[in-house]
Design a protein around this ligand. Structure first.
Ligand SMILES: Cc1cc2nc3c(=O)[nH]c(=O)nc-3n(C[C@H](O)[C@H](O)[C@H](O)COP(=O)(O)OP(=O)(O)OC[C@H]3O[C@@H](n4cnc5c(N)ncnc54)[C@H](O)[C@@H]3O)c2cc1C
Length: 501
């Protein structure tokens, strides 16, 4: 027994299972990783450990009314499985799509549900990871060992969302609900609802609740950019009319969407006023020319500094136009017994308050990492192409894009991991660890995300916990699919930044 062993002498030693690759999480990244591993490294043994009782991650956790993607599913879907539905999809449809991937590629037998990984310990002597795992259904403690750890655990804590503390919250007599932990039996028929927040979640919940609720007020501290449009893709529809094969449609439509998005990104940087005006026009088309967009729909930051929330078929704005919903831009002074007192002096009466206030970032799935007896301080590492970390052997992390679909990067990281594992076999190496080279010694090291470029609250609150990045490749975190799609497949594995042993 080692010093760091978590079992006590009185407890029986948990059984140990070994796999070549252990994937953490059965969300869209973990299932995709398993698919790629089977295709590209068919001889590797692997297991996915998932704390929940089913697959889906984000799309299983969130059950609030209307839950849907805010990206299009042509790019949020995998590269390898055509999406054939409307671009913006409900959680249910995304789960069905993921379930098909699991069935079509016989992945189910590799997934262990109800398994929470609590600790991951690397031993240089053994050249492997040992994971301490608890079964959530039986409380049984298990051990797994693996040669390579593939972190597909997402970026936020699934158990509980982020709710700020406001004065007087305990005085409010109605329910206060965070969308991430939505009660199945929440009754809002005819109720006055205040939704705090103005991101994609608020924009989804409000139209979904509008028909049944009495009235819904979106209370925002500051406005968000919203893009409106039909939940359809004209190019896909045309190609379907021409009876083009779905695999072609998937690839062509992905390219078109990515091309359009890169144009918008460039436009947002070079001509922000034009983009602002275009977004405002979409809203005015529904609310009418006379509706004052300032202050409720006039953000002060330039477009793209935070994700632009897409409102399919303008449903949020139709709820406002129909008088079922309204928007207030103000600050909360205190909760009261009957609602929310605002700093402007206005009081919002409410029977139910929904805090659509975001996530708690979870770095590395809340797993305690230990490397050769030393606790890992992740914030002191530097990312190698934002997926491996200096001093952390045999581990890759999937951290997707903020502005483009997460899965685009999950596919790229999967290709990279498979190439790396193959390369290690060719070299006869059992360990790979990123290390700064002598030439990198003078490199400026900065935060994981440049807050000038992208600054949502959940990231800014937790930036100090995240790894760091350098000022040149292979140490950059580009957040740019267009760069990554060319650079990652071409990355030189023998440039000295990856040390093989
Ligand atoms: C409501 C909502 C809507 C979103 N919409 C979009 C969108 O439209 N487009 C987009 O690009 N992104 C979107 N995102 C971001 C989204 O989280 C990611 O795109 C994507 O679903 C993440 O997939 P993932 O598999 O990496 O992580 P997750 O979906 O978070 O799944 C991670 C899995 O790992 C498991 N896990 C974590 N820690 C452990 C542990 N210690 N032991 C065992 N298992 C563990 C979790 O239980 C979970 O099942 C959205 C996020 C939310 C919350």
């Amino acid at each position: 027994m080692t010093d760091t062993d978590t079992t006590t002498l009185s407890e029986p030693t948990p059984p140990v299972e070994h796999v070549d690759v252990l994937i953490v999480g059965a969300g869209i990244s973990g299932i995709g990783g398993a698919y790629h591993l089977r295709q590209q490294c068919p001889d590797k043994t692997f297991t996915i450990l998932e704390t929940m009782d089913g697959f889906g991650g984000t799309w299983r956790t969130h059950t609030y009314p209307g839950i849907r993607s805010d990206s299009d599913l042509y790019t949020f879907g995998y590269r390898f499985k055509p999406w054939t539905g409307a671009p913006i999809a409900t959680a249910e449809k995304i789960l069905t799509y993921m379930g098909e991937v699991i069935d079509e590629h016989d992945l189910d037998r590799h997934i262990r549900y109800n398994h929470t990984i609590e600790r991951a310990e690397w031993s240089a002597d053994e050249q492997r990871w040992t994971l301490s795992v608890t079964r959530t259904d039986t409380d049984e403690r298990l051990r797994f060992t693996c040669d390579f750890l593939w972190m597909c655990q997402g970026y936020y804590r699934h158990a509980e969302g982020y709710t700020p503390t406001w004065d007087g919250m305990d005085r409010f007599t109605g329910p206060i609900v965070h969308p991430q932990t939505w009660p199945d039996d929440l009754d809002y028929a005819g109720k006055r609802v205040v939704v705090i927040g103005s991101g994609a979640t608020a924009a989804t919940i409000i139209p979904a609740m509008a028909a049944e609720a009495g009235h819904i007020t979106m209370l925002q501290r500051s406005p968000t950019y919203f893009a409106t449009g039909r939940n359809a893709n004209e190019l896909a529809d045309t190609l379907r009319e021409l009876e083009i094969d779905e695999t072609w449609i998937h690839e062509i439509v992905r390219r078109k969407i990515l091309f359009d998005q890169s144009q918008i990104t460039t436009m947002s940087a070079q001509h922000p006023d034009l983009v602002k005006a275009e977004l405002a026009n979409g809203i005015k088309e529904i609310l009418g020319e006379d509706y004052p967009l300032d202050p409720d729909f006039t953000p002060t930051y330039r477009p793209w500094r935070q994700r632009i929330a897409f409102v399919p078929d303008g449903d949020l704005f139709h709820a406002i136009a129909d008088g079922k919903a309204s928007v207030v831009t103000d600050q909360i002074e205190t909760f009261t017994e009957t609602g929310v007192q605002l700093t402007s002096g206005e009081h919002l009466d409410a029977d139910l308050i929904i805090t659509a206030t975001g996530f708690n970032l979870s770095v590395l799935g809340d797993i305690e990492f230990v490397i050769d007896g030393e606790p890992l301080d992740f914030s002191r590492t530097v990312g190698y192409r934002a997926m491996m970390f200096t001093g952390v052997p045999n581990m890759a992390w999937v951290f997707g894009y903020f502005r483009a679909s997460w899965t685009l990067r999950a596919d790229l990281v999967a290709d990279f991991v498979c190439r790396l594992l193959t390369h290690m076999d060719e070299l006869g190496a059992r360990t790979v660890v990123p290390e700064l080279r002598p030439d990198d010694a003078d490199m400026a090291i900065g935060p994981w995300v440049d807050d000038d470029n992208f600054n949502p609250g959940y990231l800014m609150r937790s930036l100090h916990l995240l790894p760091r990045q350098g000022d040149r490749q292979p140490w950059l975190h580009t957040q740019d699919y267009m760069t990554d799609k060319d650079e990652l497949p071409a990355a030189d594995l023998d440039d000295g930044a990856l040390v093989f042993k």
